[in-house]
Design a protein around this ligand. Structure first.
Ligand SMILES: [Cu+2]
Length: 406
């Protein structure tokens, strides 16, 4: 979904924003006499700081027929971690998850109806607050889907954010299998973060710097960004294979040499491997490390791999498992590591998606890898004032805060 959404511009005004319920759940304090290991494993603490959780519910969606990936009911809600508060506070986002529920929001429903849930902010506004040469990709902070219902960053790491930042949460549902009377579902989205003021030492900053797979629709060869005739397979990898575009608006990508690529393409029956040279898209300003990665894939995908062509080395390979019943993905691996996997600014990279279409008809494909890379050049000043005295969230210790967003 991310590549379709890469071209999804944040609206300048609040258009199509549906009222949503925002609930602040204060995390329980852990006892100070706990041993170190249990404190590190406590989901309510991060590096010694209490974890705060904000929940948002999508509108209620009616499923009345089969909806393939990216075709079901969807909406976008606007939110701020700090709500209407004028106080700007530095927080570190550490996790994001989404669940499918019934219309009441209380009873869980099958994850097979999950298409995706994604949280975006404006890259240019973000950069003004957190200047770095490493760009936030596609305005995207987090994204989960049917096979990956949560993004949880490794301990010690976080995505810095100002509590006043405008955030957009896009949710979409689908239905590959169930032909029944119309029924209702919705999504419950949870964002986890810690307050900088609660941390004895700051977290290490990560930024979402993802990449996506492409198939060549037409053009001289499949090497995105390389002048026709000058590609060298040894250096640039195999290049993109030819495939038909699904026809989703915004799914087409052009390069400066007149090639047309699709980020949402048709997979005929059988096994297929799709290579994409992602060196330019990755556009690393310096050597760094990846500490968390997740894949967005469609049904019949079997794996997604980031491969370092220059050093003939697999950087990260995530495997997808098909649902036992019907069409869908039961699980897609994610990668999480405090040590991280190395990325080099001068190297060439290939993104390799494998699909095994075991159905008898053509299916659709996407192949996006979210990459959370270490920001090594971040310099920013913390907001003025004393957030410890003017906390936005402490007021909710007595109970959940319900707040209407417009
Ligand atoms: Cu998709």
């Amino acid at each position: 979904m991310i590549s379709c959404d890469e071209r999804f511009a944040l609206p300048g005004g609040a258009t199509a924003i549906v009222a949503a319920l925002l609930v602040v759940l204060p995390a329980a304090m852990s006892g100070c006499d706990k041993d170190k290991e249990s404190v590190e494993n406590d989901p309510n603490r991060r590096n010694g700081a209490p974890v705060y959780r904000l929940q948002l519910q999508s509108p209620v969606y009616t499923i009345d027929k089969i909806y393939k990936s990216m075709q079901g009911p969807s909406d976008i809600e606007r939110m701020r971690l700090g709500g209407d508060s004028e106080v700007e506070e530095l927080v570190w986002m550490t996790g994001y998850r989404a669940e499918v529920t019934d219309a009441s929001g209380n009873e869980p429903r099958s994850a097979e109806f999950m298409c995706h849930s994604a949280m975006d902010t404006r890259d240019d506004v973000y950069r003004a607050k957190f200047p770095t040469a490493m760009r936030l990709r596609g305005n995207r902070l987090f994204s989960v889907d049917q096979g990956t219902l949560e993004n949880v960053l490794p301990s010690g790491f976080g995505v810095p954010l100002m509590s006043s930042s405008d955030l957009l949460v896009a949710t979409q549902v689908l239905n590959h299998n169930v032909e029944a009377d119309p029924f209702e579902v919705r999504q419950r989205v949870t964002v986890e973060f810690v307050r900088d003021v609660d941390l004895a030492t700051p977290l290490k900053p990560l930024i979402q710097h993802g990449i996506y797979g492409l198939a060549l629709v037409d053009g001289p060869d499949g090497y995105m960004g390389v002048a026709p005739g000058s590609a060298d397979e040894k250096r640039h990898g195999p290049g993109c294979s030819i495939a038909e575009d699904v026809g989703h608006p915004g799914g087409l990508v052009l390069d400066k040499h007149g090639r047309r690529f699709s980020s949402f393409w048709v997979v005929p029956p059988g096994r297929h491997t799709y290579h994409t040279r992602v060196t330019d898209h990755l556009g690393l300003p310096y050597d760094t490390t990846v500490h968390y990665a997740a894949a967005h894939l469609h049904p019949f995908a079997t794996s997604l791999e980031l491969y370092d062509i220059t050093s003939s080395r697999s950087v990260i390979k995530l495997t997808a498992t098909a649902s036992a019943n019907g069409t869908g993905l039961a699980e897609v691996e994610s990668y999480s590591s405090a040590d991280g996997a190395a990325l080099y600014a001068g190297h060439e990279y290939d993104l390799i998606a494998e699909y095994d279409n075991t159905s008898r008809v053509a299916q659709d494909a996407m192949a996006t890898m979210l990459l959370y890379v270490l920001v090594r050049d971040l310099e920013f000043s913390k907001p003025d004032g004393d957030p410890a005295k003017e906390s936005i969230w402490e007021q909710v210790d007595a109970g959940p805060l319900a707040q209407k967003l417009n």
